[in-house]
Design a protein around this ligand. Structure first.
Ligand code: CDP
Length: 202
């Protein structure tokens, strides 16, 4: 049976961690839709046209550690404002969402545009400062040279671009449960997410 869990929210709010834990808990498949935009963004760094890149995307393009870099994150949010790029990625996401056995998709517009009829919707957020600190620690752990000021500026710039764009702006769906992880540890955030989804299943 199909069951779609939509998890949206801004950069580094904890969507990825929560989505993976929720998918494991319910035995559902998980799609990090940010990776689609990152893969398109990465291709534009060598001058490839973003719309052509989005139309030519293949599964192997998603399997690349360099997609997690700050440069690719910025490129992703720049290509994500282009309507044709977003349109090229819709069918894949919707097919994934309705696969038998259940699916968790995390992104910016899953509960609003991709799967407005998702059975459960969450919007995971946290203050920009807390999100920047988390992303800074992730980058440092991977050996990336950066500063907390740079990461905070990057998070704020992407937030603004994602929130203010005309196509599929980042916004909580009216029927989404909002989880603010600013002062929640991973276990509590995951427990809050599972409780909200169990309530939607009941
Ligand atoms: O991991 P993080 O939250 O920093 O970013 P991400 O989820 O990998 O997304 C990277 C960028 O892709 C975002 O800043 C958005 O501009 C774009 N994106 C989007 O527009 N729609 C989605 N469903 C997912 C990501």
């Amino acid at each position: 049976m199909a069951f779609t869990i939509a998890i949206d929210g801004p950069a580094a709010a904890g969507k990825g961690t929560i989505s993976k834990a929720v998918a494991a808990h319910f035995g559902f498949a998980h799609l990090d839709t940010g990776l689609l935009y990152r893969a398109v963004g990465a291709k534009t760094l060598d001058g490839t046209d973003p719309i052509a890149a989005s139309l030519a995307l293949v599964a192997e393009d998603l399997d690349n550690d360099s997609l997690r870099s700050p440069e690719v994150a910025q490129a992703a949010s720049r290509v994500a404002v282009i309507g044709e790029v977003r349109a090229a990625l819709v069918d894949f996401q919707r097919a994934f969402a309705r696969r038998a056995g259940g699916a968790v998709l995390d992104g910016r517009d899953i509960g609003t545009v991709i799967c407005p009829n998702a059975e459960a919707k969450l919007f995971v957020t946290a203050s920009a400062e807390v999100r920047a600190e988390r992303r800074y620690q992730e980058l440092i752990a991977k050996g990336t040279q950066t500063s907390i000021e740079t990461v905070l500026a990057d998070v704020r710039e992407r937030d603004a671009r994602d929130r203010d764009r005309a196509e599929a702006p980042m916004v909580a769906a009216k029927d989404a449960v909002v989880i603010d992880t600013s002062s929640l540890g991973i276990e509590d955030a995951v427990a809050a997410a599972i409780a909200a989804i169990e309530a939607a299943r009941a």
